[in-house]
Design a protein around this ligand. Structure first.
Ligand code: PEP
Ligand code: MG
Length: 903
């Protein structure tokens, strides 16, 4: 029979830190901390497998569970010397979610389970603190009615009408009528009255009595935690983070300890190092006389843990270090022990109950990209970890954040911030103000930059936080949910900007004496916590020496090559600075687009409009000058490194002007009549140009076009060699589907090579190869490799032609595919391993079957996507090629793939 319940505590612990899949992160680490002898309140974990069974059985637990829970509960009671549901000496429990991978704030928790008519008097007697008991009870009613009686029952109240809000409103009214400022002003009598009023409200709104039996409360709380796995927030978060639905969550039932038992009790959240900067300082927040949720919900501004990490927002508050030195020392010792044990930064939760410290949680802490980099390098220097471990510590996507912009200090100088808050997620961002998650999503859809401004941190906002360029909240601390989630995503985020006055209904906010409306632009400096009116300039953050050092270590672990897709000498240089080891794709046609392309484009158009071969050859002669110039400049920028130059790819009609005015202008310049230009355009028009006369097919029809390009390549290389340089051109033929296409083109290449050698005296070393971007080319890769010396997977076209999804039109229906779970990810961003991946695997095998030393790369967009890089490594590719800014990401992903393979 399956074991569904794992105990932890002084009377014996069943699990350990390696059992995350079964016990969830929280459960596994509670077990580990208990094993390390740390003060963990006893309890037990219901496994993730049980969660799956529960859903499979339509929300029912297996029969065997009651007995297992009873045994575990008895053991917990023994550890704590109390009894659940007992009238004299009642034990209270918490029921908390905990998945394999942390999903901060996305699932539910119920605290103080077991308080009821029967147990309340006993607890009052035992604690001698009536106020505390009724405070715990009102929290139980609030959480339980919200989580168990409303959310788990799929009741969807109108905005602002949830049971939690309705109960909180009663409390606010009571506070106002009594003139209280803080929750702690409420007396025992107030709270007792409040609990009665709450229960009446619950019955009125939800139509059911609040449960008064400890047994009912416990099973209700456990079921609701499991159900929260399929709650709206959890589902959205899983989609974004690609967490599989079938993992399920564990449920941790743990003895309650109380941070709200008066002035000698407290609760706190801490990180063993600073999660925003990585600085090796114990960093955290705590609140006297409070329960855990108060710290993260941002109801009161939390106090700092110690003196050295105080900031402008909490400088006036007293630190744990000064307030209770022995407890701080005990906690700091645990910090050291945890870091040595886990060799990583931990995110911990603790509670102090009447002067005694308890550990409620530890897990690897979420961190910004900057912090991840700094911690990896610091821990390496401290010899806590080795180089491979350091390389694994930074997620490739986090590098993106390091390469992202920050507010230009010059632009910031002399400008006064309109408001300030806590720097929860570093970097800079500007955008239009939006006040709701939905508006943020809508703005992002329209391609508009936006800053999501919210009163407080609310995990319901997860979609909007994802969509926004930056996040600003009026309340909450550095450990609030918004801060955690934003950091995880490397988003610029400022929380707890207390001076900010938000009027959500009117879509307005007041900051620094100025009223801002929805749509007004502000800038956030997330590194300093400053908010500015209007848009400030941003700069790149790439010159960081730590980053350079880290990338050196990365490259020591990497075996697969990383190249770049670059069409200009400037891009080539940028990519080289980022560590590119060559160009995997130089798209020749790009010299005909954009600034400075007028003359080259004119020559190309002249060639296209030629009526006869003689005219075309003459026009090609003019065009060759530009082609050679651009190729030479790029070969020079990449001197000593390979440059894969792809022959002209797009259909020719793309270069014929469309508007009558532009056609007339061209006609005049060429000295022909406008009608001829128009006619030529119409002749070239194709119904389906993506599958039309493009790529190698152009050269089959007009070999002189191919010849001109190949000559330009060899002549450019020959000139560079004469100048003492070391160019490494590779000629790549696009859109091929048959080896005969390659053979025809290769004959031209060989002839031109010999001619250039004869005329210049320079023998240009080169490779001749092909794109593999048509499924037929994969099927016949063994034949293609007879002629091709290298392959480069064009996974943009290969994906387009495998799925039959137009790469230009997929935007119109992809959201439906993703929302409907038909596709997990956009296959144009991440290689579809199960489908397109099979074609790649086959082509690699067949190609290398013919030519064992065949060099194989990828140059589609997916070449810079970490999951795709991992796949390419597994397939044995020689290199990946991606846009310049993604080169470091690909280097890191490739190094991590190599390390994973070693394991
Ligand atoms: C490809 O198809 O993957 C490719 C790199 O070529 P292009 O995007 O230019 O079609
Ligand atoms: Mg292509």
């Amino acid at each position: 029979m399956a074991k569904y319940v794992y105990s932890f505590g002084a009377e014996g612990t069943d699990g350990n830190a390696t059992m995350k899949n079964l016990l969830g992160g929280k459960g596994a680490n509670l077990a580990e901390m208990a094993k390390l002898g740390m003060p963990v309140p006893a309890g037990f974990t219901l496994t993730t497998e049980l969660c799956t069974v529960y859903f499979d059985e339509g929300g029912k637990f297996p029969d065997s569970l009651k007995k297992e829970v009873a045994t575990a509960l008895a053991q917990t009671e023994k550890c704590m010397g109390m009894k659940y549901g007992d009238a004299e000496n009642p034990l209270l429990l918490s029921s908390r979610s905990g998945a394999r991978q942390s999903m901060p704030g996305m699932m539910e928790t119920v605290l103080n389970v077991g308080l009821c008519t029967k147990t309340i008097p006993g607890l009052i007697k035992k604690s001698g603190n009536e106020r505390f008991v009724y405070d715990a009870y009102r929290r139980l009613i609030t959480m339980y009615s919200d989580v168990v009686m409303e959310k788990a029952e799929d009741i969807e109240p109108e905005e602002g009408q949830g049971i939690r809000q309705q109960l909180e409103k009663i409390m606010d009214e009571l506070k106002e009528s009594k003139g209280y400022k803080s929750d702690t002003d409420l007396t025992a009598a107030d709270l007792k009255r409040l609990c009665e009023a709450y229960k009446v409200k619950v019955k009125e709104v939800l139509g059911r009595e609040f449960p008064d039996e400890p047994e009912d409360q416990l099973w209700g709380a456990v079921g609701a935690v499991f159900k929260s796995w399929n709650g709206r927030r959890a589902l959205s978060y899983r989609r974004i983070e690609s967490i599989p639905d079938e993992w399920g969550t564990a449920c941790n039932v743990q003895s309650m300890v109380f941070g709200n038992m008066g002035k000698s009790s407290a609760t706190g959240v801490a990180f063993t190092r600073n999660p925003a900067t990585g600085e090796n300082k114990f960093y955290g927040e705590w609140l006297i006389d409070a329960q855990g949720e108060d710290v993260v919900a941002g109801i009161r501004t939390p106090s700092p843990l110690n003196e050295e990490t105080k900031n402008d927002q909490n400088r006036h508050l007293s630190s744990l270090e000064l307030e209770w030195p022995p407890l701080y020392k005990e906690l700091d010792d645990i910090r050291a022990k945890l870091e040595t044990h886990y060799t990583d930064m931990q995110d911990i939760e603790f509670t102090i109950q009447e002067g005694k410290l308890y550990m409620l949680q530890c897990r690897s802490g979420k961190r910004t990209g900057t912090a991840a980099l700094n911690m990896a390098m610091d821990m390496l220097a401290e010899r806590l970890i080795d180089e491979p471990a350091a390389v694994m510590r930074v997620a490739p996507a986090q590098l993106d954040e390091l390469l992202h912009p920050i507010v230009d200090a010059e632009a910031e100088r002399g400008v006064k911030a309109v408001v300030s808050g806590l720097p929860a997620g570093p970097g800079g961002a500007f955008g239009r103000i939006v006040f709701t998650s939905a508006d943020a999503v809508a703005a992002a859809k329209d391609g508009k930059k936006c800053i999501l401004v919210r009163e407080e941190t609310n995990p319901e906002d997860v979609e909007g936080m994802r969509a926004a360029d930056g996040i600003l909240t009026a309340r909450g601390g550095m450990t609030s949910h918004a801060a955690l989630v934003a950091r995880g995503w490397g988003k610029c985020c400022i929380v707890g900007a207390g001076e900010l006055k938000i009027d959500l209904a009117a879509r307005k906010m007041i900051a620094g004496g100025k009223t801002f409306k929805q749509g007004d632009v502000i800038t956030l400096n997330g590194t300093k916590g400053l908010v500015y009116d209007g848009e400030l300039a941003m700069i790149d953050a790439t010159e960081n020496p730590r980053f350079q050092e880290f990338m050196k270590i990365v490259d020591k672990q990497r075996t697969m090559g990383v190249r770049t897709n670059a069409d200009t000498p400037e891009d080539a240089k940028t990519a080289r600075d980022f560590g590119a080891e060559g160009i995997g794709l130089f798209r020749t046609e790009h010299m005909f687009y954009g600034v400075g392309s007028d003359n080259a484009l004119f020559a190309l158009r002249k060639m296209i409009l030629s009526d006869t071969q003689e005219e075309r050859v003459a026009a090609l002669g003019e065009l060759a000058v530009f082609v050679k110039r651009d190729i030479k400049a790029t070969l020079e920028a990449m001197d000593t490194l390979p440059v894969t130059i792809r022959l002209l790819d797009p259909p020719l009609h793309e270069f014929v002007p469309q508007s009558a005015a532009a056609q007339a202008e061209l006609a005049q310049a060429l000295g022909i009549d406008a009608e001829a230009v128009k006619r030529r355009g119409e002749l070239l028009h194709e119904t389906n140009p993506m599958m039309g006369h493009r790529g190698v097919r152009l050269g089959i029809t007009y070999p002189e076009i191919t010849e001109m390009q190949i000559r330009a390549i060899f002549e450019a290389a020959a000139e560079l060699k004469k100048e003492g340089k070391d160019p490494r051109p590779e000629i790549m033929v696009p859109v091929t589907c048959a080896v005969a296409e390659l053979d025809v083109t290769k004959e031209i290449a060989q002839r031109v090579h010999a001619e250039v050698k004869a005329s210049t005296g320079v023998d240009v070393d080169h490779l001749y190869g092909t794109m593999i971007e048509i499924p037929r080319a994969c099927l016949l890769a063994d034949r293609m490799a007879e002629t091709a010396e290298f392959f480069s997977f064009g996974t943009n076209d290969l994906t387009q032609m495998s799925f039959g999804f137009s790469r230009d039109d997929i935007g119109g229906f992809l959201p439906d595919y993703l929302d409907g779970n038909i596709l997990e990810v956009d296959p144009f961003q991440t290689i579809d391993q199960s489908g397109v991946g099979q074609l790649i695997e086959m082509a690699v095998k067949k190609g290398r079957g013919t030519r064992s030393e065949l060099k194989i790369g990828i140059c589609g967009e997916q070449g810079g996507d970490p999951a795709s890089v991992d796949f390419c490594f597994e397939q044995g590719l020689t290199y990946v090629s991606c846009s310049p800014y993604r080169v470091p990401i690909a280097r890191l992903a490739a190094a991590q793939a190599a390390l994973k393979a070693k394991k």
